[in-house]
Design a protein around this ligand. Structure first.
Ligand SMILES: Nc1nc2c(ncn2[C@@H]2O[C@H](COP(=O)(O)OP(=O)(O)O)[C@@H](O)[C@H]2O)c(=O)[nH]1
Ligand SMILES: [Mg+2]
Length: 258
């Protein structure tokens, strides 16, 4: 990444009389060019009823919170969501999703603790189809310390839902915590082995880390970055803005755009 930027600077800028602000603006533009191809919002297909979105990722990255934020933003667009409490391992995870359901007006499908998430997802899918729900958001567990168990659990959710509709899930979002740095790259590899990840959500970009990790992710995997989390509140989900993000990384203010 650094080599690419330096090479480009050599070609275009070296030797000329440039200010610090100009260098930062040029650097930001260079980084934004790498990010633009992956800055793609998740487009919900309103004809699917439901568009099935599976959220995966390590514990604590923000899957459940992101589901709440997505349900809110869809409600604002006039789309009806249904939430599936597929992290059945922890009772607190089910309660957390129920709170989001109440806040956003979305029905929540939950089972008893320890229930089979695949069966739950199957039931939720038939209910969503019957009720004409627009988006089915499926939460999952992220207990990575037992990789083969998690892999079998996620694959079973997909396999069982496909008995009803071979085209689901339409989207598989991997949720990554920006503050984990380079570890996020490893997480993408692990989850890509388990399920067909179609896009990323990068959370906690409000933290102290500037999250240069998104640049590395874009270069390594070229997966769409559908949205970024910038806080814990329901409104803290944003479309990924490459130039804004790049300016933050380069320490460039918007005033010095090229
Ligand atoms: N600051 C910040 N905190 C977040 C963000 N997204 C989630 N969180 C917090 O991270 C913690 C774990 O989130 P949760 O949704 O439970 O993660 P999960 O285990 O993947 O479902 C919670 O305390 C959330 O409030 C974000 O974008 N910014
Ligand atoms: Mg959760």
């Amino acid at each position: 990444m650094a080599a690419r930027i330096i090479a480009s600077f050599r070609r275009t800028r070296f030797g000329s009389d440039v200010t610090d602000a100009e260098i930062r603006a040029a650097l930001a533009e260079e980084i934004a060019a790498i990010l633009r191809p992956v800055a793609l919002p998740l487009v919900i297909d309103r004809r699917l009823k439901p568009h099935v979105v599976l959220l995966v990722g390590v514990n604590g990255t923000g899957k459940t919170t992101t589901i709440g934020k997505l349900a809110q933003s869809y409600a604002e667009q006039g789309l009806r969501s249904m939430l599936v409490a597929g992290d059945t391992f922890r009772a607190a995870a089910v309660e957390q999703l129920q709170v989001w359901g109440e806040r956003t007006g979305a029905p929540v499908v939950a089972g008893s603790p320890g229930a089979d998430p695949a069966g739950l997802a199957y039931d939720a899918l038939s209910r969503a189809r019957a009720e004409g729900i627009d988006v089915l958001l499926v939460d999952t567990a992220g207990r990575l310390h037992n990789k083969s168990v998690l892999m079998e659990e996620l694959r079973k959710i997909v396999r069982v839902m496909r008995k009803q509709d071979a085209a689901v899930p339409h989207s598989v979002l991997l949720v990554l915590d920006a503050t984990t740095g380079q570890n996020a790259l490893q997480q993408v590899n692990v989850f890509k082995d388990m399920v067909d990840v179609t896009g990323l959500v990068v959370t906690k970009l409000d933290g102290s880390a500037r999250g240069g990790i998104v640049v590395a992710l874009a270069q390594e995997f070229a997966l769409p970055v559908h949205a970024v989390g910038v806080g814990e509140k329901v409104s803290d989900l944003r479309a990924f803005d490459p130039l804004d993000y790049a300016r933050g990384l380069a320490g460039a203010s918007g005033d010095h755009a090229l």
